[in-house]
Structures are given as C-alpha cells and as structure tokens.
Design a protein around this ligand. Structure first.
Ligand code: IP8
Length: 258
C-alpha cells in the first residue's frame, strides 16, 4: 500500500486564486495510475481551499467560523477534488472519491472508516480524499489539512511508503541554498522557511506529520511533484531523488507495514 499526498502547490497555482495546474495534475495522475500496488491519494487545498480559508479567517483550531466560509471552502475543495479524480479516471485509474467527513468523527479520525478505505484500495479502486473545512460540533468548524489526513491514515493502515509530492525537490537543509537532504531521521532539525499563506502551516506542518509517521516505523518520501517519474522510481525501489525520512527501526527492523 502506498499513501500519496498531492501537494496543493503542485496541483494548483498558488499565485492565482482557484487555478488548477492541469498539466501537473495529468502527469501525477498518470504516474499514480501506473503504480502496481494499492494506492490511497490525499490532496491539498492550494489556491482553492487555502484561498477561501484565508479570506474567511478560518484555521485548524476548531472555532465558530463564518458558516458561508465553511460552505465556500467545502465547495471549492469538492471542485478541486473533481478535477483530480477526473484526471485519474482519464489516466486509467479507478478513483474512489471520499469526502474527508466520511473518515472523521468531528475532529477525530474514524479508524474503522479509514481501514475500510484501505480495503477499498486493496480491492482495486484508488480512494481519493483531501483537506477540507469540517464540522466540529455545535457551531464550530475547523480546517483539516491533507497533511494531517496523511498521518491519520498512515497510522491506521501502515502503508509500505508515504509520499509527499510538493513543489520543491525535497527537504532543504537550508531554504536559501536549496540543498536537498537525501535522507534524514524523524524529527531531525531543518529550517523550513515557507509557512507563507497556508492556513495549515506549510512545510513545517508537513515535516511534523512526516515525523509522526516515521516515528511509527513507516518510511516517508518527500519528492518534487513536478517530477512524477521520481515517485514511480521510488515506489519501484529504483532510488530516491528527494528526501527519504526513514521510519524508526525497531530492533534493526522496520515495524510491520503492508
Ligand atoms: O493543503 C488544507 O489542506 P492542505 C485544505 O493539505 C484547506 O493543508 C481547505 C485549506
């Protein structure tokens, strides 16, 4: 099982509101469609969900945000989701779109639903879900990031590999030098630089969620999503052009994963 996050900065143009990067989506879709093992895909919000979250001042902390804001974020993410699943379908995959609300119980992961999602993948479909605005109870809502979904799904189903496809060549030792760290341990300190306009915390959030996954013994690969061949190669065991965050070894062996 491979768990892949398609970063919002790859599948959308973050400088232009509500603008998908269709060529990148197509290229990623054909790479994912060609993988020879079960895949679960998660995607980010980019200039769809983040654009509206910023406009309506909505964040990952549950609060009483504007109801119209929640509806608008959800609408934009459903539209972006349809673009991603449409591209997967045309690339020959059998995407199985799942609203993130179907794998959450308010602010918590619904582990049984997530395990079912893995069974759907094992049966031959490709579950696709995404970061979104979700109801938290009462009048409260929150922004659930795709990165958070990645760690929730990874911990529940223990994929063989988690891939974060983003708009950078991997994790940089120093953002100004753009020197990629080829391999690192969970929680190893690096400077991230780029929280930017993301309401969910940009690269710092990705590294935090990656560290959580790697600490559970699951390898995480951070790769340039504009070079989908690097995903194909890593999944096929043909080298890691990006950053590999090694899952913590237990007694010299990785903890069991499927
Ligand atoms: O781009 C956030 O998902 P992310 C989605 O994975 C929204 O952080 C709605 C902002």
């Amino acid at each position: 099982m491979i768990l892949v996050k398609l970063g919002g900065s790859v599948i959308t143009d973050k400088a232009r509101p509500l603008t998908p990067r269709r060529a990148s989506i197509r290229a990623l879709a054909s790479a994912l469609a060609g993988l020879r093992e079960p895949v679960i895909a998660v995607h980010g919000g980019g200039s769809f969900g983040h654009y509206w979250s910023v406009r309506h001042d909505m964040h990952t902390r549950a609060d009483e945000y504007d109801a119209r804001g929640v509806a608008t974020v959800k609408d934009s993410m459903a539209r972006l989701g349809a673009i991603v699943t449409g591209a997967l379908l045309r690339a020959g995959a059998s995407p199985y779109p799942l609203a993130p609300s179907s794998i959450m119980r308010r602010t918590r992961a619904d582990t049984a639903a997530i395990r079912d999602m893995a069974r759907v993948a094992e049966a031959g479909w490709m579950p696709v879900t995404y970061g979104d605005a979700l109801w938290a109870g009462g009048r409260r809502s929150f922004i659930l990031s795709g990165d958070r979904i990645m760690s929730m799904v990874a911990l529940a189903v223990r994929p063989r590999l988690c891939v974060f496809a983003l708009n950078a060549d991997g994790v940089y030792s120093d953002p100004s030098s753009r020197e990629v760290v080829p391999e690192m341990r969970a929680g190893q300190g690096v400077s991230t630089g780029d929280a930017g306009m993301d309401v969910t915390g940009g690269m710092a959030r990705k590294l935090a969620e990656s560290a959580r996954i790697a600490r559970a013994g699951i390898d995480v690969f951070v790769v340039n999503g504009n070079r989908p061949g690097r995903i194909t190669a890593a999944v096929a065991g043909k080298g890691h052009q990006g950053t590999l965050i090694r899952g913590r070894r237990v007694g010299g062996r990785a903890a069991r994963s499927s």
